[in-house]
Design a binder for this molecule. Structure first.
Ligand code: HEM
Length: 148
């Protein structure tokens, strides 16, 4: 099994990066949709459009992309010689990836609130939360590329 992972290493990494790009696109865009959704919540027709866009973005892009990122990422973890756990970078990457996954689930819960009309988060708070994936992405990319 580890032989197969070593042979397929460049392919798995390529698909890992593709799924990361799709996941990150959603993690950056969904909170922006929430900002405008909250700030236009007096218009029923526009609100319905936001609900549909948020649901499709999460279900069709973000959920599958996050699963693919995890599956390809874990294949890379189990590829012999790729991760040296005595270094710092795998731990900073793991912490940031867990935080990114928490953020994904937080967004999914807020989407349900917006769908049911029970949202309590303001547009300003969504704007602030929107910075989190950027910070985590910087930590992750520095971890995997600089490998401190
Ligand atoms: C979800 C769980 C994840 C796991 C288990 C995981 C694991 C890994 C592993 C083990 C590598 C191989 C490093 C190497 O070849 O030296 C890798 C590469 C990479 N990961 Fe992840 N990763 C995950 C999520 C992410 C996320 C969220 C991002 C971006 C925000 C990301 C960006 C990258 C990049 C850009 C590379 C290629 C680095 C290079 O070799 O040039 N990964 N990942």
């Amino acid at each position: 099994m580890t032989d197969v992972l070593s042979t397929l290493y460049p392919w798995i990494k390529a698909f890992h990066i593709m799924s990361v790009i799709a996941w990150m696109a959603g993690l950056f865009y969904l909170p922006r949709l929430f900002v405008h959704h909250v700030e236009q919540s007096d218009n029923a027709r526009i609100e319905e459009t936001f609900r549909m866009m948020e649901k499709k973005l999460l279900r069709l892009i973000m959920n599958p992309a996050s699963i693919a990122t995890w599956v390809f990422g874990l294949c890379l973890v189990f590829t012999p010689g790729i991760v040296d756990w005595s270094m710092v970078w795998p731990w900073t990457k793991a912490a940031a990836v867990l935080a990114m996954t928490w953020f994904h689930h937080w967004l999914a819960l807020r989407r349900k609130d917006l769908e049911k009309g029970t949202n309590k988060v303001s547009g300003r708070q969504y704007r602030m939360m929107n910075e989190l994936p950027t910070v985590l992405m910087i930590v992750i990319v520095l971890s995997v590329v600089v490998k401190f």
